[in-house]
Ligand binder design. Structure first.
Ligand code: PMP
Length: 430
């Protein structure tokens, strides 16, 4: 049995020393003390299916034996070596990582978090273009540091301090709340016209960058019309800007059809940002870009203490090795399709399900009552899933979306368990 502090004691001690603003997802806080692959165990020994993976972070599975073995072996050899010394781990992982990218995306910078990666991406874009202004999308999330918060398009995550100058948000596509239905002919082109108009009316006409998640994550699993990014990128490039894809949630095959989320839209960005899944839970992030952009960066020293650290590199390499060897992307497609079929069948029985969206193992279910986001219902649904042994995520500005982003090793039986819990909870709450 678990020997650590009780939930009550831990809560009290945490309140005394930690940031008083950190939030707990559940009314009765979740206290996981052990994880293995797609499962978590709490302090009482109760098992849960983890369909959120620590916010889309655990990719090949909690404590995946190969990743654990790689970290453990490295920890006994040399734990820290900055990139100003030589070590093979950073080179080996970089080679393997760039092999997953189309040309000309072949240069890697390693950093420690998604926010830091976005900060670097914006720096690269500004240096390379010699322009300053940056466009992101409403309803996006890109991080909690100064640049990340300025990029983010949700007031929930933005403190009331002056945002950094030069950041603006374009109206974004949304399948329910957006002004254009996705099945309207020309929807992608018409949504992208917002970006052109913002460039024309809200900027100097010369922009440094446009950044978008290929599917908005925190915003509630929001994909775009299939030709949206193609049109958006064209407007941005015409204004001298570069295009950044924030793959922090969508990357590493999670969408099931392509290794990188942007590939689902037939576009190639100039800069790609990744974090979370890259380390299977180890703090690690990266920016991948072109030789041309990297050349600009070499005019000064870009260095960070832990970027490229051997421990992080072996964690990343072992994770990627598992993904490529086991075709986790194909598995995401298989299980994702099963979930989508099951969720759509629930939708036909429970009209409160307004939308089932996403692909592979990045899915969203939006609840709507009387054409309004069903915020309270979603909160109850979320809590009850936990009572039934299922951990899911919640998202969207109004908290009306249930997010399913499990470790990629979810089995068919796990998918059926999730669908069974959803059916039970929907019946309980109806
Ligand atoms: N971009 C996206 C799309 C994210 O979802 C997140 C984290 N939720 C970030 C950036 C920021 O990453 P981090 O929390 O590692 O700074």
């Amino acid at each position: 049995a678990y020997q650590g502090p009780s939930k009550e004691e831990l809560l009290a001690r945490r309140k005394a020393v930690l940031n008083p603003g950190i939030f707990l997802l559940y009314k009765d806080p979740f206290y996981p003390v052990q994880g293995y692959m797609q499962y978590l165990w709490d302090e009482t020994g109760k098992r849960y299916l983890d369909a959120f993976g620590g916010i889309c972070t655990v990719s090949v599975g909690h404590c995946h034996p190969e990743v654990t073995a790689a970290i453990t072996a490295q920890a006994g050899m040399i734990q820290h070596a900055p990139t100003c010394y030589l070590h093979p781990a950073v080179v080996e992982f970089a080679e393997s990582l760039v092999s997953t990218f189309p040309d000309p995306l072949k240069r890697v910078y390693f950093v420690n978090s998604g926010s830091e990666a976005n900060d670097l991406a914006i720096l690269m874009a500004r240096l390379f273009t010699d322009h300053h202004e940056v466009i992101s999308l409403r309803n996006c999330y890109h991080g909690g540091n100064a640049v990340g918060m300025s990029l983010t398009g949700h007031h929930t995550w933005k403190y009331p301090v002056p945002p950094m100058p030069g950041f603006q948000h374009a109206k974004a596509p949304h399948p329910i709340w957006g002004p254009i239905r996705y099945d309207t002919p020309g929807a992608g082109r018409d949504y992208a016209a917002e970006i052109q108009q913002l460039i024309q009316f809200g900027t100097s006409g010369k922009i440094a960058a446009f950044i978008a998640e290929p599917m908005q994550g925190v915003g509630g699993t929001v994909p775009y019309p299939s030709d949206y990014l193609e049109h958006a990128y064209a407007h941005v490039r015409a204004a001298g800007g570069v295009c950044i894809a924030d793959e922090v949630q969508t990357g590493f095959g999670r969408t099931g059809t392509h290794f990188w989320g942007f590939e689902n839209y037939g576009v190639t960005p100039d800069i790609v940002v990744m974090a979370k899944s890259i380390g299977n839970g180890f703090p690690l992030a990266a920016v991948v870009t072109t030789d041309e952009i990297a050349a600009k960066m070499s005019e000064r020293i870009h260095f960070n203490t832990f970027g490229g650290d051997p421990l992080a590199m072996v964690a990343g390499k072992a994770t990627l090795d598992v993904m490529l060897r086991d075709d986790t992307m194909g598995h995401c497609k298989l299980i994702g399709d099963r979930l989508i079929t099951g969720l759509k069948s629930l939708q036909s029985r429970f009209p409160i399900i307004a939308d089932v969206r996403g692909s592979g193992l990045i899915l969203g279910v939006e609840f709507v009552i009387d054409r309004q986001p069903a915020t309270a219902f979603t909160a109850d649904f979320f809590e009850r899933c936990k009572d039934h042994g299922l951990i899911v995520g919640k998202g969207g500005l109004f908290g009306s979306v249930i997010r399913i982003k499990p470790p990629m090793c979810l089995t068919e039986a796990d998918a059926d368990f999730l669908l069974g819990v959803f059916a039970e909870v929907l019946a309980e709450l109806s």
